[in-house]
Design a protein around this ligand. Sequence first.
Ligand code: ZN
Length: 502
Amino acid sequence: MSRRQRSNEVCADCSVPDPHWASINRGVLICDECCSVHRSLGRHLSQVRHLKHTPWPPTLLQMVQTLYNNGANSIWEHSLLDPSSIMSGKRKANPQDKVHPNKTDFIRAKYQMLAFVHRLPCRDDDSVTAKDLSKQLHSSVRTGNLETCLRLLSLGAQANFFNPEKGNTPLHVAAKAGQILQAELLAVYGADPGTPDSNGKTPIDYARQGGHIELADRLVEIQHELTDRLSFYLCGRKPDHKNGQHYIIPQIADSSLDVSELAKAAKKKLQSLSNHLFEELAMDVYDEVDRRETDAVWLATQNHSTLVTETTVVPFLPVNPEYSSTRNQGRQKLARFNAHEFATLVIDILSDAKRRQQGNSVSASKENVELILKSITSQHSNESQDNDQPDYDSVASDEDADLESVSSKANRKKSMDSDLSDGSITVQEFLDVKNALVASEAKIQQLMKVNNNLSDELRIMQKKASKLEKQNSVPDSDYDNAVSYSDLDDTGFVIIKSNIFT
Ligand SMILES: [Zn+2]
């Protein structure tokens, strides 16, 4: 992308130039302020990524850029383009608008209520409509027209729709046709690269068969997106799928001997979850990883004055109304885990995901999720919380800080002293370095800001000094002519000095 094109880009919501963030599922680029509102809505409404400071699979970025450049934003602002809506006073946000309430209200109306999306003329039977839309999607993904597909998805077409007549899903069609950007878009909307068609073949099979190697490799990556993201969070590396490595699980040293009873119990309960509940928990942990990583990018890219405003804080996962209140509470509790506790949970989930992939799972009851979260929290509960963490009383269950014995503290220290499978650095070291890096980047931003203020002050002082010098060099007799009060900086010091002279 050339500089010239970039400089033409504006925030899709408020038209501020040079937006730094993207909303992947909406196919738009957005500014920092609007991004803070998107984040507060939750990933079910907007999946944000920083354009420069977040790693991107190249074709995913290409998909978003293509959608944006081809006017995907008009899907979400359809009715605003109608001249009659301008007459009625409806308008999009301006760069000068305040984040609260103007930009926030507009963004909520646009993406949460879908207030400006084109409505279909007849919606007597929603299920028939959805089926028709899904069939249209099924045939549209054959072509490179991404906006049409996003439009259909925005109207309710299902990315995983199994077409009974054709015996396959839209992703099978896109894979056969080698439409890699369509595949990216479908995957963002939940299409599964491992779904078999009526012949038992997956989209990955068809991509490989058709010689679309890049697409086939990317589909394998998409299939492992969840566990890859968790591994990357823990150790900064992803498995080498091309060479048959599908999991990286940092190992905990001496796990067989030293892990506390509580941790062992937690692990057992995790293993006894039904596949469905395990997947839910893993998805929640994935969302929390995304929240923590996006927070880190946010800290590193914002200057100090933006940081302190309340509008930028996403202290825990926003509520997803499609989930039960129990699940939403569990999701919010994840924010209370400190880095060590959270790493332990992520490692356990990775290990169990691998075990389940290999096909030996037992099912059990729902309460176990709660018990697992509790056990892990109590195992590490007197790790001191970061000072800048907000108060989580609204989601707190019980305080179990007293429960931890001296011996289990020792165990924890050992259990976190873990090795990567290749034995080079420990998870602990990695997390420590990563946290330190984020903190120092934020600090540098602050120092630069302070430095700028000091330079400004210095310039003002120098200006004053040179003015005073001039005054002093003027002969006494000429003084009244040389200095007029309106020329002086409006400070007491200068005025007093002038009075002395006159
Ligand atoms: Zn904006």
